[in-house]
Write a protein that binds this ligand. Structure first.
Ligand SMILES: Cc1cc2nc3c(=O)[nH]c(=O)nc-3n(C[C@H](O)[C@H](O)[C@H](O)COP(=O)(O)OP(=O)(O)OC[C@H]3O[C@@H](n4cnc5c(N)ncnc54)[C@H](O)[C@@H]3O)c2cc1C
Length: 372
């Protein structure tokens, strides 16, 4: 933290409180943010905070991205701005100068909403199962296939698609990343908006490609490099998830501490029971350990020194820690902890997926295990 980051945090907090928080119940009901949420956050200068200014970004570091994700988590708002940043970094890292200048400034303004589409019905943890293909025809690729669980899928106007360009290559070979601008694009279809148990304000959709033509110039980097590109970029996404995990764990401890001081049972506040104090002491300690580990990972990431294995450790351990803490805090709320009108109940339903997406925690343990 420094003064510049503190000022940025104040701006982000104020924006979220004024522009996003009042609309949360509607977003949850409609299973997505309002359309104009994207342009309003873009106008506020909060999108792509760690992309260079010359491409329309905020010119900050991962610390700025962290501030945005922490503030969203603290406010209990689920908004796909981190996906916008993730896709922004794919473009920054592998895009041509023309691609960067074409897409990044519009993403920063919220005029383009990005999604990343890797998962398919038969390819989740095992990306070797990707069946979506891009066949080269003259100056175009012709895409066929389907993707599922795509965050920002409903709003998306720029989709980074993992697909096979070399149909003969086995397994992870022959996977490439192709950027698709779906607006008015024949053969592109958004399927169902999927109903989730939590994070209901965030849209999660199926998408389908049926002979979709995109210019071959939309390839990101070189053909066949897609899997390596994902391996290089996934630590960013995994660390982002760790940021949300620690922020939510700290928030759960804070609101539960307040609750147990006020709620009476057997003629005294719940906090007067030793079990309550011990449980909260344990949660607070674990959240603190999580914070120290996370901060160390963030510092190393900013210095360009965070390896993929440590990022996997952060994703795995911090999300397990988050779920343990939130579950204990639900218990300390009693029946009220199960009522969706209480923030702790929403934290419980929202936190569960953290152990699943961006690579399940079992896959994280495999990554750590392979490096032993
Ligand atoms: C809300 C939400 C948002 C998402 N957003 C996106 C998105 O924007 N873009 C995108 O591309 N994807 C997205 N996903 C997909 C997500 O990344 C996948 O769900 C995840 O990678 C797991 O794949 P799967 O669901 O197919 O599970 P599977 O791969 O079928 O796994 C099922 C179980 O088997 C275990 N397993 C699998 N392989 C192994 C192994 N080798 N060793 C031990 N255990 C194993 C898994 O850990 C898991 O417990 C999202 C998912 C959700 C729920």
């Amino acid at each position: 933290m420094d003064d510049e980051l503190r000022i940025f945090r104040k701006t982000v907090r104020q924006f979220i409180q004024e522009q996003f928080v009042p609309h949360q119940s509607r977003w949850r009901e409609q299973h997505r943010p309002d359309d104009e949420a994207w342009t309003s956050i873009g106008k506020a200068g909060i999108l792509l905070p760690d992309i260079p200014e010359e491409y329309g970004g905020g010119g900050g570091t991962f610390a700025h991205e962290t501030v945005v994700n922490e503030e969203l988590a603290l406010a209990g708002v689920h908004f796909g701005s981190s996906i916008q940043s993730i896709v922004g970094h794919y473009i920054l890292s592998y895009g041509t100068e023309e691609q960067r200048r074409n897409w990044l400034p519009r993403m920063a303004r919220g005029e383009l909403v990005a999604a990343i589409a890797m998962t398919e019905p038969s390819a989740g943890s095992d990306l070797a199962g990707v069946k979506t293909t891009a066949r080269r025809e003259g100056g175009d690729y012709v895409l066929n296939g389907s993707k599922t669980f795509i965050t920002n899928g409903w709003h998306a106007s720029l989709v980074c698609v993992a697909l096979k360009t070399d149909l003969r290559a086995a397994g992870l070979k022959g996977i490439s990343l192709v950027m698709v601008e779906p607006k008015n694009l024949a053969g592109y279809r958004v399927g169902r908006t999927l109903e989730k148990v939590g994070m209901n304000g965030l849209d999660t959709c199926e998408i389908f490609f049926d002979d979709v033509r995109v210019p071959a110039a939309n390839l990101l980097g070189a053909e066949g490099k897609g899997f390596n590109q994902m391996v290089q970029q996934l630590p960013y996404e995994r660390l982002t998830i760790g940021v949300g995990a620690v922020a939510m764990a700290e928030q759960a401890v804070a609101i539960t501490t307040k609750y147990v001081k006020e709620r009476m049972a057997f003629g005294k506040p719940l906090l007067d029971f030793q079990n309550t104090r011990f449980k909260l002491a344990q949660c607070k300690t674990e959240a603190h350990i999580g914070r120290v580990f996370l901060d160390s990972c963030i510092q190393r990431f900013i210095a360009g020194q965070l390896d993929a294995v440590t990022a996997a450790m952060a994703k795995y351990w911090l999300t397990e820690c988050q779920c343990r803490i939130v579950d204990e805090c639900v218990q300390l709320h009693g029946g009220y902890g199960y009522m969706i009108e209480y923030p702790i109940a929403r934290m419980w339903t929202d936190s569960r997926v953290q152990r699943i997406y961006a690579g399940t925690n079992e896959i994280m343990k495999e990554l750590i295990g392979w490096a032993l």
